[in-house]
Design a protein. Structure first.
Length: 247
C-alpha cells in the first residue's frame, strides 16, 4: 500500500519563509488537508509522525567536486579535479549531477547550492534531515526512503504548465492555480486558494506535496545503480527530481 499522505515543504533559511502542505490521497482523488506558513523544524518533524513521504524544496547536499575542492583548499592540498579556474571547471563545482539533469529536462538551471544564497537554506536543511533521521524517518538523500528532494517550478514545467512570473506575481499564481485545478479535476484544494495565491511559498509547498506523489509511485528518474546512486546519496536528492503525479 502506498502512503495515503504526502507532505510538501517549501523550505527557507528561516521559519518565516517556510510553508508546509499535507495532501491526502484516496480513491476519490487528492485532498489538500493542511497548509500553513511560518513553519519551524519541530512542526516539520511532527508532521513526519504520520509516516507520510516528505518532499522538500531544497538541495540536500553539495557537489562532490565542490566539497573536495574546499577540503583540499583548507588543507593546503591538491583537489582531485585539476584547478584551472575556467567556466567549465567552475560549473563542475557549482552544480550537482541532479542539477545538470534537471537542466536537460526543464531547460533551466536550478539555483547553485555551492555559489548562490540557496546555500544558506541548505544549511538549515542539513540540520532538518538530521532531526528527521533521529525521529525515525529513513533519510536516503537519493529519494529511496522517506524523503525526496523536489523542485516545484521544474515539476510544473514538466507537467506542461506556464510558470512565467508565478513566484513574484500573484495574478500569475491565480492563472496557474486555475489551470492546475482545471486539468486535475480530482484535486481538491479546499479553501486554500486565497493563501496559495497570496503566498508563493504556500503555492510551492502544495506543488511539492503533489510532486512527492511521483516519488511514492516511483514515477521519477531514479539514480542508476553504482557511482551515480552513491553520488546521489552524498550530494543530491531524488536524482532528476519528481517528474509526474497522479491521483
Amino acid at each position: 500500500m502506498h502512503p495515503s499522505r504526502t507532505i510538501g515543504v517549501d523550505l527557507a533559511a528561516e521559519p518565516a519563509g517556510t510553508a508546509l502542505a499535507v495532501v491526502e490521497w484516496t480513491d476519490a482523488g487528492a485532498h489538500l488537508i493542511e497548509l500553513q506558513l511560518g513553519v519551524d523544524d519541530t512542526a516539520i518533524v511532527a508532521a513526519s509522525d504520520s509516516g507520510a513521504r516528505i518532499g522538500i524544496d531544497c538541495a540536500f547536499g553539495w557537489p562532490d567536486d565542490f566539497v573536495d575542492f574546499v577540503q583540499a583548499h583548507a588543507d593546503g592540498g591538491q583537489p582531485e579535479l585539476e584547478v584551472d579556474g575556467g567556466k567549465a571547471w567552475r560549473s563542475r563545482l557549482a552544480y550537482r549531477e541532479t542539477d545538470r539533469l534537471t537542466r536537460e529536462r526543464t531547460g533551466r538551471w536550478p539555483l547553485s547550492v555551492a555559489t548562490d544564497r540557496l546555500g544558506v537554506t541548505a544549511l538549515r536543511c542539513a540540520g532538518l534531515l538530521r532531526r528527521l533521521g533521529e525521529a525515525g524517518v529513513d533519510v536516503d538523500r537519493s529519494g529511496g526512503g522517506g524523503i525526496a528532494e523536489v523542485y516545484p517550478g521544474g515539476a510544473l514545467r514538466l507537467w506542461g504548465f506556464d510558470t512565467r512570473g508565478y513566484r513574484v506575481d500573484a495574478q500569475a499564481r491565480a492563472v496557474l492555480f486555475d489551470a492546475l485545478t482545471a486539468s486535475a479535476r480530482r484535486l481538491d484544494l479546499g479553501e486554500h486558494r486565497d493563501l496559495m495565491i497570496r503566498s508563493a511559498d504556500a503555492f510551492d509547498a502544495v506543488i511539492a506535496a503533489l510532486a512527492t506523489r511521483a516519488a511514492v509511485l516511483g514515477r521519477y528518474r531514479a539514480p542508476a545503480p553504482g557511482e551515480q546512486l552513491a553520488r546521489a546519496r552524498r550530494e543530491e536528492g531524488s536524482c532528476c527530481r519528481s517528474a509526474a503525479w497522479t491521483t
